[in-house]
Design a binder for this molecule. Structure first.
Ligand code: AMP
Ligand code: MN
Ligand code: MN
Ligand code: MN
Length: 283
């Protein structure tokens, strides 16, 4: 069964509605999907309804911003509870951190002579509820501040850039144990993307993740190299972890693979969706 368990809609920084993202999955013959917007469950009901109509198995998901060893690390939660006040409060807190950070990013742009960035990002996002650096990048692109979307990260928003703001996300370990306490499954997202030293630093990240109760990692992601995917598949094999895969798709403008086109779980690993669907098989 083809899986795509990491996807974004316009509930966070994707370009399409949850129903449209689901339609992309249907066209790609995806059998099991999860919508995993940053720090919000707002798109899940719409995507779940569309998936039901399309005959696609659906896992309610979210991608939570966290930090570990001074780095931003993303934890996907699969099978998140519906209308759980404690869970929603946690996400609302992270979104409040986003709002605060976005104002500081806007102030940094103003300091270097680029006014109106915060308002621009809000207009790109359609509101201030879930602002991402993506929305600043889009505003720069559309207002002619950069020629290419990626330039916004390279010149302004990326780590060390003039408009980068230190992250204040909750600690990864706290996020992982909270997700498990809520009955959902934490998945270490695109572990090959954190600019860790191959070997001991990667092992240390997985140690910390597993020490907090994590047992699932992405072994293929549209936002990490195939080589790192193979390394983390080997780590999953050695440690007996569940394996997940996802395109991490946001929009046609990015170079990432389209929904349903990312590499699948190797046949000797146990797919994470077997935790949710008893009859699930690899093929
Ligand atoms: P945030 O979660 O607000 O820090 O924004 C991070 C988001 O920006 C990621 O989820 C990606 O969608 C996007 N992003 C980060 N770095 C880059 C990059 N170098 N090029 C393109 N998009 C990026
Ligand atoms: Mn994103
Ligand atoms: Mn991510
Ligand atoms: Mn993502």
């Amino acid at each position: 069964m083809k899986a795509d368990l990491h996807l974004h809609s316009n509930a966070s920084d994707g370009a399409h509605s949850p129903a449209e993202v689901t339609e992309f999955c249907r066209r790609a013959n995806v059998g099991v999907m999860s919508l995993t917007d940053h720090d919000t469950t707002a798109g899940l009901d719409e995507a779940a309804a569309a998936a039901r109509l399309a005959g696609i198995r659906f896992l309610r998901g979210v991608e939570i911003s966290s930090q570990w060893a001074g780095r931003s690390v993303h934890v996907v939660a699969l099978g998140v509870p519906q209308a759980n006040g404690q869970f929603e409060d946690f996400l609302a807190h992270v979104r409040a951190l986003r709002l605060e950070r976005s104002r500081r990013i806007g102030a940094k742009f103003a300091e270097i002579g680029i006014p109106g960035a915060w308002e621009g990002a809000v207009s790109e996002a359609g509101g201030p509820e879930n602002l991402s650096r993506t929305h600043f990048a889009l505003w720069l692109l559309h207002s002619g501040g950069v020629a290419h979307y990626e330039d916004a990260f390279e010149r302004y928003l990326g780590a060390g850039g003039p408009c980068a703001v230190p992250r204040n996300w909750p600690q990864m370990e706290e996020v992982v144990s909270f997700i498990r306490a809520c009955g959902a499954e934490p998945v270490l997202a695109h572990p090959g993307r954190y600019r860790l030293e191959v070997g001991w630093q990667e092992e240390a990240l997985v140690d910390a993740f597993c020490g907090a109760g994590g047992r699932s990692i992405e072994v293929a992601s549209g936002s990490q190299s195939e080589a790192s995917g193979r390394r983390f598949a080997e780590i999953a094999r050695r440690r007996g972890l569940y394996a997940s895969v996802g395109s991490d798709w946001h929009s046609e403008r990015s170079k990432r693979p389209m929904p349903g086109t990312v590499a699948q779980v190797p046949s000797d690993l146990t797919p994470v969706w077997s935790l949710f669907f008893e009859d699930s098989t690899q093929s």
